[in-house]
Ligand binder design. Structure first.
Ligand SMILES: CNc1ncnc2c1ncn2[C@@H]1O[C@H](COP(=O)(O)OP(=O)(O)OP(=O)(O)O)[C@@H](O)[C@H]1O
Length: 178
């Protein structure tokens, strides 16, 4: 277990940056997820996203690129709604991951299975959290229920890759500079 001061040090380390985008159909109260077919998180349902590359002009551009690569659709109104950090507490050499979370309500194109992801719509009340990363059940409600229009920031500490040890999550007026 990490001591409080160690957690603070780890949070400040240089992070690896990722995107994660949820396409939401509010009218029909459903969200588009993809079953990851390869690599890290294989077998889990997740939003669409990946590492931000040097060649991505912005983090938003990276999020749009990943959605297009993984589900073959183009988000038209993607907006950043949250930022979460993952800390791998039993892997001191592994940098923390910073994930920029986006929500899109409109898109063009037709979602289609790719080599990386199998897309499927899920009703808000039937999201398969048992087959998802353990952090998701905590922050998805903040993305799906946007009545309050607040953003959120959080840190999730994992061990043995998939075990969530503890976390902090808070709603904020605006996202902090990183
Ligand atoms: C630990 N708890 C977690 N909870 C929710 N989501 C998580 C996650 N940990 C990783 N993620 C997401 O999983 C994708 C991995 O991306 P990943 O496939 O590795 O990236 P990318 O496509 O660039 O890699 P390759 O090109 O295949 O190497 C990326 O959206 C990232 O945000």
């Amino acid at each position: 277990m990490l001591r409080e001061e160690d957690k603070e040090t780890r949070k400040k380390k240089k992070k690896k940056v990722f995107t994660l985008l949820l396409v939401v159909d509010d009218e029909n109260e459903r969200v588009l997820l993809g079953e990851k077919k390869t690599g890290f998180g294989k077998g889990f349902w997740n939003g669409f996203g990946g590492k931000v590359e040097e060649s991505d002009p912005t983090v938003l551009a990276a999020a749009l690129r990943e959605l297009e690569e993984e589900a073959c659709i183009q988000a038209l109104d993607a907006k950043e709604v949250g930022r979460i950090t993952f800390i791998w507490i039993d892997e001191p050499e592994k940098p923390p991951w910073l994930v920029h979370i986006f929500r899109a309500d409109t898109y063009s194109g037709q979602e289609r299975e790719t080599e990386e992801m199998r897309p499927q719509w899920f009703p808000f009340d039937a999201i398969p959290f048992q087959q998802m990363w353990a952090d998701d059940q905590h922050w998805y409600p903040l993305v799906l229920n946007r009545q309050k229009r607040k953003n959120f920031e959080g840190t999730f500490n994992f061990k043995e890759v998939t075990t969530l040890v503890d976390f902090e999550l808070k709603e904020v007026q605006s996202l902090s500079m990183q």
